[in-house]
Design a protein around this ligand. Structure first.
Ligand code: ADP
Ligand code: MG
Length: 244
């Protein structure tokens, strides 16, 4: 029987918000405007996922990049913070770039095949960003239904993979500061409350909203989790990744 594990984020505050860390057999989504730290969290997790902690062995990471913002040098910097061998850490991060939504979906299916082949080696799958290419490929309201359908397929694939291979899935979702757009993109009302029936909302086990405060300080906020308290925690973005 597979044991659920939690990957620490590098910030104890953030871990507490998540009830220990980014959980396996689940999809964790962070969403926020550009610059709120979504990609920085993803890079930090690439390293912390490899750190054994009690009850968790550590393992490899699969990183799907759709915005061309993956930076190996950032992984090295985070590895240094944790006094790990930079080269080894980087070797344990498998990286793939998707150029359109169709390819992103195909890529994820191949990733599933890889998880199947290399049983137990991979612990974390990152998709940064989950929606960027869908925005480009399905433009405007006329294509919204079709897009939501495709997104739904992809989200259930992610959910299935996380459970079948006991992997933590971490996805990012960019929202616009213009609420008219975010209504389309993540299903937020004007008062920034999630809307029922939204694909991304329902297919993610845990959702965290990110806000920029000042400088390198960010606020993470839990969004209607079935089991976690709705509250806020602060963290900072540093060269060594995110931390308290
Ligand atoms: P998002 O993915 O949400 O658009 P990012 O994760 O790219 O946002 O975060 C951008 C922020 O991270 C910027 O404020 C930037 O200053 C900070 N940042 C990027 N690289 C570094 C670094 N090497 N050291 C410290 N902060 C960094
Ligand atoms: Mg980003």
């Amino acid at each position: 029987r597979q044991q659920v594990f939690k990957i620490p984020t590098g910030s104890t505050n953030f871990d507490n918000l998540l009830g220990g860390g980014v959980e396996s057999m689940a999809v964790t989504q962070v969403f926020g405007e550009a610059g709120t730290g979504k990609t920085q969290i993803a890079h930090t997790l690439c390293v912390t996922a490899q750190l054994p902690v009690d009850g968790y062995s550590g393992g490899k990471v699969m990183y799907i990049d759709t915005e061309h913002t993956f930076r190996p040098e950032r992984i090295r910097q985070v590895a240094r913070r944790f006094s790990l061998d930079e080269k080894k850490v980087l070797e344990n991060v498998l990286y793939a770039r998707a150029y359109n939504s169709e390819q992103q979906y195909e890529l994820l299916k191949n990733v599933g095949a890889k998880f199947h082949e290399e049983v137990g080696l991979f612990k974390l799958l990152i998709v940064d960003s989950i929606i960027a290419l869908f925005r480009v490929d399905f433009f405007g309201r006329g294509e919204l239904v079709h897009r939501q359908q495709k997104l739904g397929q992809m989200m259930s694939l992610l959910q299935k993979m996380s459970e079948e291979y006991n992997i933590a899935v971490f996805i990012t979702n960019q929202i616009s500061s213009d609420m008219k757009y975010s209504l389309l993109d993540v299903g937020l009302h004007d008062d920034a409350k999630p809307v029922g029936g939204n694909i991304l909302a329902h297919a993610s086990t845990t959702r965290v909203a990110l806000k920029k405060v000042a400088g390198n300080v960010r606020i993470a906020m839990m969004y209607d989790s079935p089991e976690l308290e709705e509250r806020e925690e602060a963290f900072i973005i540093t060269t060594g990744g995110i931390r308290d």
